[in-house]
Write a protein that binds this ligand. Structure first.
Ligand code: 4AD
Ligand code: MG
Length: 460
């Protein structure tokens, strides 16, 4: 395994090894040449040296195009003076698959914008190799974290008829059975019935369904894709993103925040421990302060501030914000960044938001104005978690739904949870791409999503 060889190079000195991989660059003179080879199992490249004297197919190899796949057999030689710790002196090179001269990833620095146009080839760059390995590792860490604590993984539906956030940002489904699609009296398609006679959409959150399992199993989580038809063309919003949503019964907002803090620290620790080379790379090439910031996060306590206090901090800051601050506004990115980057300089839980800017299911506080909500804001990214204690009072929930123009009959199953042995319960949603951005220092969600689905972007 190449990673092992990079980690314990001395052990492999002068040993014969065989690697298979893709050529990242070839340089050759008449008598010898160098190949940078990536074997796919690690983001670092292996230097291969080949000489005319002892390689029968020297000329063929010297003229290979970038992107070609080959097998190399040869002796591993330590190169303590060189940039790379070792090289392989090729004794045999076998060509597996040729590439052509128009291979889009030539040996130069390509911009992230350009690489987005070749999302099927960008995994063959060091940066994307490192980012998507971290994404995979983080997913593993999340399951490990919850499973070690006895949480049950619930698969919530992708197709649903509910709008968990009540924001109307759903992608509607249709059967495309144009002959039989329900029509109204004017012959227009009746979209309220177009999924086998029912109106459905792609889920915006698995929370409501997760609650049903929490009120049976106590501690559960879901982790899957979610979809939002929000027309926000920003570096932090995607139409398809993954969300981690735990739900805990017999628990309040404080328990919820403790769980969130433990989880974030666990994910970062696990990734730092298992992928130190990737993190060294990110902090060298993507974001200089990254390692200090991550180490700081796992060792210090997150800050807490109420929404009302946060608004006061913003008003007293003397800063001119593009979006004017007053009690009742939804905090904008510029406000979130000021709070977390300039006031606290670490992750901050903002709690007790005005009820009018939050979803119907949040537990109403005694002040009649705010709800037991929490958002976790982090430097560099802003909001990565949104959560709350849930309203467990049947009547209050029904009233709130009516105030918001929702039909309680559509959510009778959800209301049943309050009718049959309801309990205090809470949960949150972590945006998976957002924590990957946070951990890698990558500043655009399009570069941590394997096939980004953003406004005007679904080429594959
Ligand atoms: O704050 P949100 O909308 O909360 C919910 O969906 C709750 N039902 C979660 C729960 O309590 N179970 O979304 C949660 C998180 C946000 O903090 C953000 O990190 C991420 O999901 N998120 C997005 N990420 C990328 N693109 C988008 N369009 C996102 N919208 C939300
Ligand atoms: Mg939110």
């Amino acid at each position: 395994e190449i990673k092992k060889i990079f980690r314990e190079t001395e052990k492999y000195a002068d040993k014969e090894i065989c690697v298979a991989g893709w050529i990242r660059s070839v340089r050759a003179s008449n008598v010898f040449g160098f190949i940078e080879l990536n074997d796919g199992t690690f983001f670092k490249n292996i230097q291969v040296v080949f000489e005319k004297e002892n390689l029968a197919n020297f000329d063929e190899i010297a003229h290979l195009n970038i992107g070609s796949s080959i097998y190399v057999t040869g002796k591993l030689v330590l190169t303590p003076e060189a940039k790379q710790p070792f090289e392989i002196k090729a004794e045999k090179v076998v060509v597996e698959g040729l590439s052509t001269p128009d291979f889009p990833l030539q040996k130069k620095r390509h911009s992230l914008e350009y690489l987005r146009t070749i999302a099927h080839l960008r995994p063959r760059t060091n940066t994307f190799s490192a980012v998507f390995r971290i994404r995979s590792l983080a997913a593993y860490a999340i399951h490990k974290f919850f499973q070690e604590r006895g949480f049950v993984y619930v698969h919530t539906p992708i197709i649903t008829s509910s709008d968990a956030e009540g924001a109307g940002e759903m992608f509607r489904l249709t059967t495309l059975d144009l002959e039989n699609v329900p029509k109204d009296e004017n012959g227009n398609v009746d979209y309220s019935k177009d999924f086998f006679g029912k109106s459905t959409n792609l889920t915006v959150s698995g929370q409501l369904e997760c609650e049903t399992y929490a009120l049976a199993f106590r501690n559960v989580y879901t982790f899957g894709p979610t979809f939002r038809a929000e027309n926000s063309n920003t570096p932090r919003h995607a139409a398809e993103f993954w969300m981690i949503e735990p739900e805990i019964a017999f628990a309040d907002l404080k328990d919820d925040m403790e769980l969130a803090e433990d989880m974030i620290k666990y994910i970062i620790n696990f990734c730092l421990e298992n992928a130190p080379e990737e993190f060294a790379f990110f902090s060298n090439f993507i974001d200089k302060g990254l390692l200090d910031r991550l180490n700081n996060i796992v060792t210090s306590d997150f800050a807490h501030v109420t929404y009302t206090e946060a608004v006061d901090l913003l008003l007293k800051s003397g800063k001119k914000f593009d979006y004017p601050v007053k009690w009742g506004i939804d905090l904008q990115t510029e406000h979130e960044r000021y709070i977390t980057e300039e006031v606290f300089k670490k992750p901050v839980f903002v709690t007790d938001y005005p009820k009018d800017i939050k979803a119907f299911y949040m537990k109403q506080n005694d002040d009649g104005k705010t709800v037991a909500a929490m958002d976790l804001l982090v430097p560099g990214v802003g909001e990565i978690i949104g959560g709350s204690q849930r309203e467990e009072d049947y009547d209050k929930l029904v009233n709130r739904m009516k105030e918001l123009g929702m039909n309680p009959d559509d959510y009778s199953w959800y209301l049943d949870l309050r009718k049959y042995g309801g309990t205090k319960h809470a949960g949150f949603g972590l945006g998976f791409e957002r924590i990957i951005m946070y951990m890698t220092g990558i500043s655009n969600i399009r570069d941590v999503s394997s096939f980004p689905r953003t406004v005007k972007n679904a080429d594959f």
